[in-house]
Design a protein around this ligand. Structure first.
Ligand code: NOJ
Length: 564
């Protein structure tokens, strides 16, 4: 119905031969907060299994499980003490096998998180390292160095942890005197492994095989850009932040610990391991790199299969910024014949429906607390629904974070006493942290803890839920016309029937980002989003799905439609 313009950007041609991940909609489960089967206030694997029918109803193709491994939980499970076992708080390996089988029976793939940059300080390797002398083989699995200064009292270099504070912690010798320092790009409890050590490489090949043998379909690779550090560990005078890449400011020197060329060798090695297995096993990189070109280096044909496109997430509610990211992503996807990915939120970000409700919806706060500007909930939700129609129409693969489909807002007034994110503590509260997006899911408005657990008298959820969650609970949305859940379900069903995930892409003749109109054609569907401030008259056409009613063909600001 609308003319195609600027056909420079177009997805890889559709093919029935394409692997499942090329156009999959993947649902991220943060196990602590998804569903609590045993009623202890903490989510668990049996809880996830019990909700697979809900995910099947929603219409997603795959699950990504954030870490459920043995862990002291100093960083929500991204501090792994045993890569080959389930933490008892989440269940057992048998529970995992059941989950996998249930997902498979429902036609869903399952990917698990792999955390190769660091271990927990409770991992047997780190315990051995602490008990072993300087220069020993046990220490060589980590990055131990002598300190600077007369007595080694200063850290070996000036690197800061991503969570704030120094990236080095000093250990004590057996006789109680201060000894060497170890590197931790994240919390003190997350010592970095030394990936120049062949033993570390062999270990992770084995960990991959452990989960592949159990039947997982792939891995989300944590801090995929971080494992190799520049030779000599040179000083760097900047602070790295999550999602934003090593070199946000173009005047920065490149980070000596992120996006080093050496990481790619690791992925070529892992690619070879995955290819020993049948069924299109895959890896998706969590790599914070400065631009789309650098990002696509992680998904060269002999490396990973996908990489999160955080530029899309960081575009905020801005037609110009989002349009620029889509154009660049599609162009590179076409050039390299690799599918794009699209993501709006995850367990590290303020939920997008709250970000979009801020007075500057392109800002990216690191958590929100009661003292900060409070988002406009209705505005954020309206924009969140419209953004979902942009995300779910784009060719490639889309990642949904648990609760996106309910339009869940961030908990923006969590008191300091209940916060758990190490970034809150390490920055002394300057960063509010990520707890607000990790609040347990509301399943049933009428039950304690909004049905996070359906046990008879469950313990309180591990983080308190805001009262507003009653309105967002699945019980208030599933089967309710006009709800956000039904919007997602309808969009996912159309995405499938119209094969949007593999369709050609082009910006449409309506596309006018300077005026706030983002519009593109995917296959036979035209998407129009009004990210501006004035009404927009839609052209003739059948409305397939709309984030809001469009009376008399008028697309109001903060809404989007799919037209045919
Ligand atoms: C990225 C993960 O998504 C985040 O939650 C974690 O804190 C860091 N990596 C460290 O593992």
């Amino acid at each position: 119905m609308t003319d195609l313009v600027n056909v420079s950007a177009s997805a890889a041609p559709p093919s029935s031969e394409s692997p499942w991940w090329a156009d999959a909609v993947v649902y991220q489960v943060y196990p602590r907060s998804f569903a609590d089967a045993d009623g202890d206030g903490m989510g668990d694997l049996r809880g996830v299994t019990s909700r697979i029918p809900y995910l099947a109803e929603l219409g997603v193709n795959a699950l990504w499980l954030s870490p459920f491994y043995v862990s002291p939980q100093h960083d929500g499970g991204y501090d792994v003490a045993d890569f080959r076992d389930v933490d008892p708080m989440f269940g057992t390996l048998a529970d995992f096998d059941e989950l996998l089988a249930a997902a498979k029976a429902a036609g869903m793939k399952t990917i698990v998180d792999l955390v190769p940059n660091h271990t927990s300080n409770e991992h047997v390797w780190f315990q051995e390292a602490l008990a072993s002398p300087e220069g020993s083989a046990a220490r060589a699995r980590y990055i131990f160095r002598d300190g600077k200064g007369d007595d080694g009292e200063l850290p070996p270099n000036n690197w800061n942890s991503v969570f704030g504070g120094a990236a080095w912690t000093r250990v004590q010798r057996e006789d109680g005197t201060p000894g060497q320092w170890y590197l931790h790009l994240f919390d003190t409890t997350q010592p970095d492994l030394d990936w120049t050590n062949p033993e570390v490489r062999a270990e992770f090949r084995d960990v991959l095989r452990f989960w592949l043998d159990r039947g997982v379909d792939g891995f989300r690779v944590d801090v995929a850009h971080g494992m190799i550090k520049a030779e000599g560990l040179p000083d760097w005078n900047f602070q790295a932040h999550m999602l934003e890449g090593g070199t946000v400011d173009p005047n920065h020197e490149d980070s000596p610990f992120f996006d080093q060329d050496g990481v790619h060798e690791i992925y070529r090695d892992w690619n070879a391991v995955l290819s020993e297995y049948d069924g299109d096993r895959m890896m998706v990189a969590e790599a914070w790199v400065p631009d789309v070109e650098r990002l696509f280096r992680y998904i060269r044909p002999d490396e990973m299969q996908q990489a999160f496109n955080f530029g899309f997430l960081l575009s905020g509610w801005s037609a110009e910024r989002m349009s620029a990211n889509i154009e660049e992503t599609e162009r590179n996807a076409r050039r390299l014949g690799r599918p794009a990915t699209w993501v709006l939120s995850n367990h590290d970000t303020v939920r997008h429906s709250s970000r979009y409700g801020l007075s500057d919806p392109t800002t990216y706060p690191r958590g929100i607390s009661a003292e900060d500007e409070q988002p406009n909930e209705a505005l954020g939700l309206a924009r969140g629904r419209a953004a979902a129609l942009i995300e779910l129409a784009l060719p490639g693969s889309a990642y949904i974070y648990e609760g996106d489909e309910l339009g869940l807002p961030e908990h923006t007034t969590l008191p300091a006493e209940v916060r758990q994110d190490p970034s809150f503590f390490r920055t002394k509260g300057a960063e509010r942290g990520r707890d607000g997006c990790r609040v347990p899911m509301p399943w049933d408005a009428s039950r304690p803890g909004y049905g996070f657990s359906d046990a008879e008298s469950p313990a309180d959820p591990w983080l308190p839920q805001p009262e507003s969650f009653a309105r967002y609970a699945a019980s208030e949305q599933v089967g309710v016309h006009g709800s956000t859940f039904e919007l997602y379900r309808q969009a996912l069903s159309l995405r499938k029937s119209e094969s949007l995930g593999q369709a050609d892409f082009a910006f449409s003749s309506l596309h006018d980002p300077a005026a706030g109109i983002l519009s593109f054609v995917v296959g036979s569907v035209t998407v129009v989003a009004n990210m501006g401030e004035t009404d927009f008259a839609l052209p003739e056409g059948e409305i397939l799905v709309a984030s809001h009613e469009c009376p008399a063909g008028i697309l109001a600001p903060n809404s989007a439609v799919w037209l045919k």
